[in-house]
Write a protein that binds this ligand. Sequence first.
Ligand code: ADP
Length: 423
Amino acid sequence: MTLLIGCIADDFTGGTDVAAAFRRSGLRTALVFGPPDASLELPADCHVAVVALKSRSTPAEEAVADSLAAQRWLLDKGAAQIYFKYCSTFDSTARGNIGPVTDALMDTVPAAITLHCPASPPNGRTVYQGHLFVHDQLLSDSPLRHHPLNPMTDSCLPRLLSAQTRHPVALIDLPTVRHGVDAVRGAMVKHQRAGVRHVIADALTDDDLAVLGAAVHEFPVIAGAAGLAEGLGRAHPAAGAAVTEPQRAGRAAVLAGSCSARTLEQIAHFYAAGLPSLHLDVLAAASGRDVTGEALAWYDAQDPDLPVLVYASASPEELAAVQAQLGVTEAAAKVEELLGTIASHLVERGVRRLLVAGGETSGAVTTALGVRAVVVGAEADPGVPWTYASTKDDGLALMLKSGNFGAPDLFTRALHTDAEEAK
Ligand code: ADP
């Protein structure tokens, strides 16, 4: 099977999100964590490979270098097309990194023109007259104007992108998109003849994104969020082929390091369902107590038929107290080390279904387990797919979720209900 699409995502959670979108379109999709080195093999028979980087807010030169290295690996694996996935809020610094990275990817292929669309209608992100909306507000009026790293104070995408590239930027408006695939193709040809290199497209719905995907499905470089990726995936002839789901069986555990409101709700739901839960004492661990050993002894005493939850997640007050004592970075490092070590021991003890809550926490756990690539399976909730580690012969099912993702009953439903059904 040939690799149809090589995707580069500018952050880890975005990688999972876009991989889930390609999978939803019916393409067999692999997700690679971090810049791949040349020795990393692609899981077999994939239509799409997504490389998840951390290049959204790094200096532009670094983001370009990391993206080009990922592109080299993807092209080497035979990718016929490159998709650059960024945030549906066009989250970028004043000078980048969306413009510089897209230009660099286009220079390498080379590609004369590309299409951008960050719309993600299920999340309320739409583009109209080149302006990005978050639900009923312009991006610049939305809470994103207070983003801690990249405050977004302009909603006009052609203007934002023009500040990040020396090449001309143009717009394909909604009436053109609504005229269909041929109208969009015609507009792209016209823009290319006029020397335009970046085209922003309006889109309000998934149908608009499907039109855009069909119009550009043979372009060498495309850029946008998960919505356009799904539209693009659907335009591929392979889309819709049966994607097999490996068996999910074996002992189950949740490791939570996210302190987000949604993760705290999911923990409360799991506990209220009467399932075994253990809170890790981070301060005790920092003072030298063998918290890992205690957690493993607790795990060994549990009913093997029940999923278990081990969490460091804390309420805002508890978190503030730990951070005041240890320092923010040290506290996070201690938690990540604890959860990574516990993850390795749990897998050694036979855990084969592992749900990890928290973006940074997921990075720490996959690193500790030595998992560098997974195949993406079905979603338990939007943007939260099961994935399957390719490095374990006996198969490890992993669900890696960003803190705020998933319904309040996700932990219980994904691990307990599944197990009940399997009986
Ligand atoms: P999210 O996806 O919600 O942002 P992350 O895992 O990315 O979740 O971030 C949560 C951070 O909080 C991690 O770095 C984790 O180590 C840290 N953390 C979790 N629990 C505690 C705690 N009890 N004390 C201090 N830091 C914690």
